[in-house]
Design a protein around this ligand. Sequence first.
Ligand SMILES: [Zn+2]
Ligand SMILES: [Zn+2]
Length: 121
Amino acid sequence: MSTTEPDSTLSASAFTCVRCGLTVSALDPDGGPRDHCPSCLSSRHVVDQTDGGASPCGGRMAPISIAVPRGGAWLLVHRCTLCDEMSESTVSTDDNHLVLMRIAVRPLADPPFPLDLFGEV
Ligand SMILES: [Zn+2]
Ligand SMILES: [Zn+2]
């Protein structure tokens, strides 16, 4: 074990996922900023969505939905498990595709009305 520089450089460019503990680079493969874990897609409530400043909350942001604005790129919608504030973040190319698809199809897997109606139109 060497005793060179501990976490000071790591913390600036990486964070630890609050859900699965993965060490996540703060930059995505395209060099953009990353705010959620590419494995479980969880995030942390550190930005106040109302004024854009730092949030004192620090709660876990759970991925709850996919939004698709006009541009076509997927947005991941998070909701804080502590204070219920919601946020949107861009999906990275290395985000877990299986988890993304599971979130995207969730409403279709459990619709509030019978889907066999569509067989009759
Ligand atoms: Zn994670
Ligand atoms: Zn919160």
